[in-house]
Design a protein around this ligand. Structure first.
Ligand SMILES: C[S@@+](CC[C@H](N)C(=O)[O-])C[C@H]1O[C@@H](n2cnc3c(N)ncnc32)[C@H](O)[C@@H]1O
Length: 336
């Protein structure tokens, strides 16, 4: 269903040009770029959209319909009325988001505004649309859009759980893992307690630290050195071998979460990942594919397709805010 003549996508800082290129390569050439600001692009929709059209992009963190600009809660209410739109939730977030996210001080005014907007935005659990209110710099009107609620889109406003990297986390991969868990809906406290994980490419240990702090038992595979806090954790088991030499009979029958964050070309990652996935039948997969060169960037849809071929549940892929030159893929097994 078409809700507007324009669509929008937000993106990670610095990915604007690549996002524009990605959308220009989408089949049908249905969208032409309209407006571009740092971390926000809109496109005009050409006539004749297929009825099942859903706008999405690998490099688009939030992708949806553009509904206009607003300067007040009343303007937002008017936009909702004019577009005859009912929404199930309200997401308020800034346009400019750094790779480390926002500090609590930066979130405070955003949350206050979200609270005041809730007064004018009635939500209905029957709607499948989430209203996005994207805040620009001082004096700029708010950008208003909406996107369908689905497992493909991140459940947090702007794709950004309210997290600050703890000083003791051995690497920024802590944030990548936390944003991925939130995307899978696994961020509730205690949900992962006692569950098991295997991470390929575990050093220095930021992602494993996130999983350990959530009460998981982690096997980390990496020839690199792991931070002491991770290495000495009673629930961490370091296998100091390359993934190619990981002895399968060392592994348990099943693993709850298979994570992979190796800085290798996706074709090589796939070679190690697929047999492990098929053998361990994980409930969840969290994987990064590095985009270190133009060849990999161009072939990314193919690599994602390869994961879809063997994964037992739907596979979603996005460049999250915490990702640098890489994308994150997540999947939940159909049996969960
Ligand atoms: C981006 S870092 C991983 C960061 C890590 N996930 C964390 O949480 O801190 C990439 C890692 O992949 C590892 N790696 C590269 N090739 C590998 C291989 N064949 N087997 C296992 N690990 C590998 C590197 O040693 C490096 O530590």
């Amino acid at each position: 269903m078409s809700l507007s003549d324009f669509v929008f996508a937000t993106c990670r800082a610095g990915s604007e040009k690549a996002l524009k290129k990605e959308v220009s390569l989408q089949p049908g050439k249905l969208l032409t770029p309209a407006f571009m600001r740092p971390q926000l692009i809109t496109w005009k929709v050409q006539a004749g959209l297929p009825t099942d059209f859903v706008f999405d992009a690998l490099l688009g963190v939030v992708c949806g319909w553009s509904l206009g600009m607003a300067r007040s809660a009343e303007d937002v209410a008017e936009i909702l009325k004019t577009s005859d739109l009912h929404v199930c939730a309200l997401h308020v977030f800034p346009r400019l988001i750094s790779e480390d996210g926002l500090t609590p001080d930066e979130w405070a005014p955003v949350e206050a505004l979200a609270d005041s907007l809730k007064q004018v935005c009635q939500t209905s659990s029957e709607s499948h649309y989430i209203l996005d209110v994207i805040l620009g710099e001082a004096g700029e009107p708010w950008f208003i859009g909406c996107h369908p609620r689905s497992a493909a889109s991140h459940p947090h406003a702007g794709g950004l759980p309210k997290l600050t990297i703890p000083t003791e986390a051995p690497s920024r991969a802590w944030l990548k893992m936390e944003q991925s868990l939130a995307w899978l809906g696994l961020d509730a406290p205690d949900l992962l307690v006692g569950k098991s994980a295997l991470e390929l490419g575990s050093a220095p240990g930021g992602a494993s630290w996130s999983l350990l702090q959530r009460g998981m038992k982690v096997i980390g595979v990496d020839t690199g050195a792991v931070a002491t806090c991770v290495q000495n954790h009673p629930n961490y088991d370091h296998v100091g071998l390359p993934a190619s030499q990981l002895p399968l009979d060392y592994l348990p029958e099943r693993i709850d979460l298979l994570a992979c964050d190796m800085n290798l070309a996706p074709d090589v990652v796939l070679k190690y990942l697929e047999p492990l996935y098929l053998r361990l039948k994980p409930c969840w997969l969290v994987l990064t594919f590095k985009m270190n060169d133009a060849r990999v960037e161009a072939l990314m849809p193919y690599f994602i397709q390869q994961v879809r071929r063997f994964a037992s549940g739907p596979v979603y892929a996005k460049q999250l805010h915490a990702n640098r030159r890489e994308v994150t893929l997540v999947s939940q097994s159909a049996d969960v």
